[in-house]
Write a new protein. Structure first.
Length: 301
């Protein structure tokens, strides 16, 4: 899943959703996934929701449950994670700052009645990088139950992203991202947001899938969540998204090779380190090496 290998710049958005995401910091895809798919994921996650204890701390929420590793908790999750239209949006938003994107997390969230509104925040603040230009991640909230203003639907501050993230007070009030199972709520990592207060008598369940720059340390440690003995059964594109690929040049390697080499077991013999460079770096290196060889031949003559 290479993203703009030549890094020449962000392409113009070709879809209404892409324009909305870049211009207002969020978009909602109605009916992005079949209700049957969402219902199947919800069914698979039900036992884990029941067994998971409440979170501790004011940010996660003391009336909230959270758990990750969703790719091994439901075989249907791969279809959501690899949703082509959403991957296109993530690549659009992030591709100007990385060669490939990666999975940042896949987490289930359950807000119980009485859950307080979450502290408004920007997920890009996980990384203490420069702000206002680069985007670090794209979030996708998939409702498993209906999201309403009374049960804690996600609050999003429109146009609070990008350079506006440097402004202390957002210029606009938040919108309530009401949505049905099958809808996808998509927002940038620089967009101010937070879960609402659950004033209803029922739980609000959802899944958050996010994608980040391929050279960042992700929120969820993918190699621990999905060790080689599990990830080797993933389709190749999904395994790569979960970290079993190098981000050129050479980032995330194992003994100088692609970490997918571990799908055959830990090697018993030493491995040769192999260059994994971007095309522009390959070209520069080839010229540099050729120049030395040409010079060496002249000297030998």
């Amino acid at each position: 899943m290479l993203v703009h290998p030549d890094l020449t710049g962000r392409p113009a958005p070709k879809s209404t959703a892409g324009r909305e995401l870049l211009q207002q910091g969020y978009t909602i895809l109605r009916g992005a996934a079949p209700a049957s798919l969402i219902g199947g994921v919800a069914h698979d996650l039900e036992p884990r929701f029941a067994a998971t204890p409440f979170c501790e701390g004011g940010f996660y929420g003391e009336r909230t449950k959270r758990f990750g590793r969703l790719l091994i908790r439901s075989p249907l999750m791969a279809e959501l994670v690899m949703h082509r239209e959403i991957l296109d949006l993530a690549e659009l938003a992030l591709g100007n700052w990385c060669e490939r994107i990666q999975l940042n997390l896949a987490q289930a969230i359950e807000l119980h009645p009485g859950a307080l509104a979450q502290f408004p925040h920007r997920d890009q603040d996980m990384w203490q990088g420069s702000l206002g230009e680069a985007e670090y991640l794209v979030n996708v909230m998939w409702p498993l139950t209906k999201f309403t203003g009374s049960n804690g639907a996600t609050l999003i501050w429109p146009r609070s992203h990008g350079l506006e993230a440097l402004v202390e007070e957002p210029a606009e009030p938040p919108i309530v991202a009401e949505a049905e199972p099958g809808d996808a709520i998509i927002f940038l990592g620089s967009t101010l947001h937070g879960a609402g207060e659950n004033r209803s008598s029922a739980v609000r369940r959802g899944i958050i899938v996010s994608y980040c720059l391929g050279w960042l340390k992700p929120y969820e440690n993918q190699w621990l969540a999905y060790p080689p003995e599990l990830a080797k059964h993933f389709p190749a594109d999904l395994a790569a998204l979960a970290g079993y690929v190098q981000h050129r040049p050479n980032l995330g390697n194992f003994e100088g090779q692609c970490p997918s080499v571990l799908f055959g077991g830990y090697p018993t013999e030493p491995l040769a380190a192999v260059d994994a460079l971007r095309p522009d770096q390959d070209a520069l290196l080839a010229d540099y090496v050729a120049g030395q060889r040409d010079g060496g031949e002249d000297l030998a003559a």
